[in-house]
Design a protein around this ligand. Sequence first.
Ligand SMILES: [Zn+2]
Length: 248
Amino acid sequence: MTLPTIALFRDEFYLSTVEAVVTAIREDGGIELDQTCFYATSGGQPGDSGFFERADGGRIEIATTRHGETKDIIFHVPAEAQPAPLVGEKLVLHVDWARRYRLMRMHTACHLLSVVCPYPITGAAVGEDESRVDFDMVETIDKDTVTADMMALVAANHPVYLQWITDEELVANPGIVKSKNVRPPVGLGRVSLVCIGENALIDSQPCGGTHVSETQEVGAIFIAKIEKKGKENRRFRIRFGTPEAATL
Ligand SMILES: [Zn+2]
């Protein structure tokens, strides 16, 4: 029987390791646990990879993490040819933290871009090296100006934190949702609002992803490209580093 997984990554973004017990092994080999700190693919952010440590020191490498039939079911996909754990076995989970932290920085950078570029979002994909955000906009905007505005938010070191509201409160305030096509993370009874700045002065929007706790942690980022995708669509590509270093 499939049991819900306690998703520790929803509010403990810096938790990279935790103990958990195997609750089920799926037909496809997916591992279900009583709780996890592995982020499950959702909202444009890829699921975590890493490894599970067994009592005898053996390792089970995990390729990615996904949601099951419903949002409260999470399963971990082992890499090729990994040993299968037993139901009831206790494991120590280890997220590939270097990768996840880059994703957290990139994901937060996407929020900063949506502050600088306040148009409806039609799509987004967070990546370790590059992220993209699509906006419904017809205006032409200078990428260096966008980079400078984003870096000003990074340098100001605004706090980034969560506020929880109920699904009903979100439905009653549709204006806080910036995504046009991406459904906000409802269905769990409560929704996390990602707030940037004291009293959410810079931004606040529903999001179930993982974020850094201060904008300074995002580090150097820049808009590498703005592509025209159809008459009303602009695709922004964010990369780590500086435009100067990238052209050397
Ligand atoms: Zn987010």
